[in-house]
Ligand binder design. Structure first.
Ligand code: PLP
Length: 486
């Protein structure tokens, strides 16, 4: 807190400082539990002697406004300051523009980690190499490490773009240069930038159904008409994409949430469809670094001969979602527009973190971490698949998939699962898992698929079987036969 004290007025300086501090405590600028500035710092700021400040602090202590804590400073007491809650402010009559009905969704950080944690798409932070990351970030947080005092390029730190291009060449056989890469604060920002430069209100955007709700909502928030398209065992049903779609959002490596990889014929069909209809295609490759069985299929980006695939990558799964690090690989025709969109919205992200990530990749730490973490996740995944087959197999079947941090277990033909009811009952038993039906658009594009989306990023080996056994005991109450719903 900056303390303004009028030292030109008559009266002694200690009294003026005392009054200023009491005023700050009375009007809420200093609240209970807040720390007063260190004596030496305040004395320097106000150009008074340290003894003057010490006298003030002693008086405030004697009067019960503040208390000294050995080794940590002087703090406002419960009696001295207002409670720490915010002052009441008027609710106000201001409203969002018509049509803006969006509300923030509950994020994983707002849930208390459950004993049986099957949340989808969350990596285990215990596997993250914090020591190495700290060293690299610390290396960037000093004068001269990079141009800390200036605004950076909107496409992101040049070293990181080069490192990402190299990483994609090695891990995904993609040919991309640093110039093709635009660093983002995660995929969500990438989608936002794409929507800004490609979409006009009312444009049709085709999305997978079931699919990724945050992509659906983002496109809708930009005024697009979102058209859900069903997904089968080979991925997006390309023939059902509306011919007017200007943009297609897809997750070919590990369909979200079903988990199926898009087959090679379907990939070719999608590229052909895009060429025929002159549409853009987003390839959201969010978690395929963690790969357990088959070799990865060729990315759409590598099959694209007409510059219409925008590849979106993220470090939210391979590192941590809280780092907010991702990237787009963009066709040259969109490069300048996307860079401008980035610059207009937030300039360029945090350069020190981008530079640290560049080193992390160049030193081989990313590859090492992914290799190590994949081994751990593979064990958890095997245990989950085993547990599903044993405890839930009568009603659910595991959807084949080869990558990522979750699997999907779909209701067997002719059965339907009331996942909303099951999820509540499971939560009471300390189990958090997601429902498949909840990932459908409203209204859904086709028959609603029911089942469970089961994450294993955070699922701890000793508790997996027990958690699924309890889920199995609960589940039978929520399954019914249906002729109409798959
Ligand atoms: C389908 C899909 N795409 C992308 C992401 C990652 O988004 P971000 O990079 O914004 O964290 C997720 C995370 O859950 C996801 O499920």
């Amino acid at each position: 807190m900056d303390l303004w004290v009028d030292l030109n007025r008559r009266g002694d300086r200690a009294t003026a400082i005392y009054r200023a501090l009491v005023a700050a405590m009375t009007d809420g600028r200093l609240r209970s539990g807040d720390r007063l500035p260190p004596m030496r710092a305040l004395a320097t700021d106000l150009a008074v002697s340290r003894t003057t400040v010490a006298t003030v602090y002693e008086r405030l202590t004697a009067e019960g406004y503040v208390e000294g804590r050995v080794g940590s400073g002087t703090f406002v007491t419960a009696a001295g300051g207002l409670p720490t809650e915010q002052p009441r402010r008027p609710v106000g009559q201001l409203q969002p523009k018509p049509g803006w009905t969006f509300r923030p969704s509950v994020t994983s950080s707002q849930l208390v980690p459950p004993p049986f944690d099957f949340r989808a798409g969350i990596p285990d932070p215990a596997l993250f190499p914090f020591d190495i990351w700290r060293r690299l970030v610390a290396g960037e947080l000093r004068l001269g490490a990079h141009q800390v005092g200036t605004y950076s390029e909107p496409s992101g730190h040049a070293g990181l773009r080069a490192a990402i291009a190299g990483h994609l060449g090695r891990s995904r056989s993609m040919s991309a240069t640093a110039d093709d890469v635009l660093v983002t604060n995660g995929t969500q920002q990438g989608l936002d930038l794409i929507a800004r430069v490609l979409l006009q209100p009312g444009d049709v955007v085709a999305v997978e159904d079931p699919g990724y709700p945050h992509a659906r909502e983002l496109f809708a928030a930009h005024g697009a008409t979102v058209a859900p398209v069903p997904v089968d065992a080979e991925g997006l049903l390309v023939q059902q994409i509306p011919p007017s779609a200007r943009l297609v959002f897809s997750t070919p490596s590990h369909q979200f949430p079903l988990g199926v990889p898009m087959s090679l014929p379907r990939r070719r069909e999608l590229i052909g469809w895009g060429e025929q209809h002159d549409a853009a295609i987003i390839e959201d490759d969010y978690d395929s670094e963690f790969r357990y069985t088959a070799r990865p299929l060729e990315p759409l980006h590598a099959m694209d001969r007409s510059g219409r695939v925008i590849y979106a990558g993220t470090f939210s799964k391979s590192l941590l979602p809280s780092l907010r690090m991702g990237f787009l690989v963009v066709p040259e025709s969109l490069r300048a527009a996307l860079q401008a969109a980035r610059q207009l919205t937030d300039w360029h992200g945090v350069t020190a973190l981008q530079a640290a990530l560049a080193r992390f990749i160049d030193e081989g730490q990313l590859a090492r971490h992914v290799r190590r973490a994949s081994g751990v996740y593979q064990q958890r995944r095997d245990a989950v698949i085993d547990g599903v087959q044993r405890h839930l197999g009568e009603w659910l079947e595991v959807v084949p998939s080869a990558a990522g941090l979750h699997i999907c277990a779909r209701s067997r033909p002719g059965l339907v699962l009331d996942s909303a009811g099951l999820l509540v009952a499971a939560r009471r038993q300390g189990i958090t898992v997601e429902g498949l039906a909840e990932h459908h658009a409203m209204p859904p594009a086709g028959p609603v698929q029911t089942g469970l989306v089961i994450g294993y990023g955070m699922a701890q080996l000793p508790s997996i079987d027990a958690g699924l056994a309890v889920t199995g005991r609960l589940l039978r109450r929520f399954v019914s036969r249906s002729a109409t719903v798959q």
